[in-house]
Design a protein around this ligand. Structure first.
Ligand code: SF4
Ligand code: SF4
Length: 207
């Protein structure tokens, strides 16, 4: 074909514009779509009902049977106790030996929830805390027995440790829910003080 500089000039312009438009076609489509971006942390993260976050542990119902640890595919649950524990059907609380350690290594945990289903007393659950972080591998091991000493069922991310004045409304509410054991639905649900006492009773004071 004979060279035609004018035709080539306009052809190049057309190719440049059309390839850019092809490349941007998907981006342009999303420019006019409804936005789904959340302004976290001002707005609460949109967690689905079956979201699997960091566990929460109801130590007062744990019978230290090790079934969760045996089911864990990566062996990241560590349990130590002074003796067997048995659940009292009347109160729904376990008694007997004391819990000296219940810990999960989140450097290994896959959040698969395989530890939750085998639990005979339904005391280990996947929670809604999604943003725990640390500076080394050791800090990824959460000692749930230490948390229970402070009346806590789940690890506290940094934002939970800030004063109310620095938190958005959803975060204040989420913290309040955890402080009031709002996710525990059992025989102690109406008595937070009693639950707190039973949590302490399950612990070995020497540990
Ligand atoms: S969620 Fe899965 S990996 Fe994590 S502790 Fe439970 S069983 Fe183990
Ligand atoms: S959390 Fe459940 S399965 Fe694990 S030791 Fe306690 S009672 Fe057993």
């Amino acid at each position: 074909m004979q060279e035609n500089p004018v035709r080539d000039y306009f052809r190049n312009i057309w190719l440049t514009v059309s390839t850019i438009l092809v490349g941007l076609r998907i981006s342009l489509k999303y420019c006019f779509a409804k936005t789904v971006t959340l302004q976290y942390p001002d707005v609460a993260p949109a967690l689905q009902p079956r979201y699997r976050g960091f566990h929460y542990f109801e130590i007062e119902k744990c019978i230290a049977c090790d079934l969760c640890a045996k089911a864990c595919p990566v062996d990241c649950i560590y349990i130590e106790k002074t003796g067997p524990r048995k659940i009292d059907k009347e109160t729904g609380v376990a008694a007997g030996g004391l819990m000296t350690r219940y810990a999960i290594d989140y450097a290994k945990c896959m959040f698969c929830a395989l530890c939750v289903d085998p639990c005979p007393t339904e005391c280990i659950h996947m929670g809604n805390i999604h943003d725990l972080s640390g500076y080394n591998r050791e800090s990824m091991i959460v000692e749930f027995t230490d948390l229970a000493k402070q009346g806590l069922q789940t690890p506290q991310p940094l934002w939970m440790q800030k004063p109310d004045s620095e938190l958005p409304a959803w975060a204040k509410q989420r913290r309040q829910e955890w402080m009031e054991y709002a996710y525990s639905k059992d025989k102690l649900s109406s008595d937070k003080k009693r639950r707190r006492e039973e949590m302490v009773k399950a612990l070995d004071p020497k540990a």
